[in-house]
Design a protein around this ligand. Structure first.
Ligand code: FMN
Length: 169
């Protein structure tokens, strides 16, 4: 079925929502401030060398910290991490300290690793690309990864009703 996007943007939105992406939380630290948010826009972007890309909204506090960060942690949320998804997706660090409400430990350059989510990749930034949209792409190389054998991804369908803490204008 071919649908003319100029007429029906809803078809694009439904297609993307139907892919039901696994959700992640991206955390950042510039050595002083910490930040993190729920992210649905993310993907592996190269095999050799290994690269991973995330797209962060310019409206988010996480963007303002991440653009000064050397490292990020990409936490692949498990179904059991729904409370973390609510905290990092529905609240903004401009108003509350999310890291006072979650257990974490510092990784490289102070970037927070969330204790309740061991399915995660620590990455070092290689590029930040602003194509003029409302999100910027941060592409990075993995430096550390850990997983659990019984990882069950928390997917978009389970969190789509959350109100983002920082809506895109
Ligand atoms: C289902 C869902 C998906 C989201 N995907 C993204 C995303 O891909 N990139 C992003 O920057 N923010 C995304 N957000 C929004 C942020 O997680 C949210 O606005 C957060 O409160 C921002 O926090 P901050 O201001 O502390 O950075 C998403 C939110 C929800 C509910």
């Amino acid at each position: 079925v071919v649908i003319d996007l100029a007429v029906d943007r809803d078809a694009f939105d439904a297609l993307v929502a139907g892919a039901n992406t696994a959700m992640v939380i991206v955390t950042a630290s510039d050595g002083r401030a910490r930040a993190g948010c729920l992210v649905g826009f993310h993907a592996q972007s190269s095999i050799e060398p290994a690269r991973y890309a995330v797209w962060i909204s310019k409206a988010n506090r996480t963007y303002r910290v991440a653009e000064r960060s050397t490292h990020l942690v990409i936490h692949f949320l498990d179904e059991r991490n729904r409370p973390l998804a609510e905290l990092f997706g529905s609240e903004t660090g401009d108003e509350i300290d999310k890291f006072a409400l979650a257990d974490w430990e510092p990784g490289p350059d102070g970037v927070p690793k969330l204790a309740d989510c061991v399915t995660r990749v620590v990455v070092r930034r290689v590029a930040l690309v602003d194509h003029g949209g409302d999100h910027v792409c941060i592409e990075s190389e993995p430096v550390e990864a850990s997983t659990r054998p019984d990882y069950r991804p928390l997917r978009y369908a389970a969190v789509k009703e959350l109100d983002p803490g920082h809506p895109v204008d």
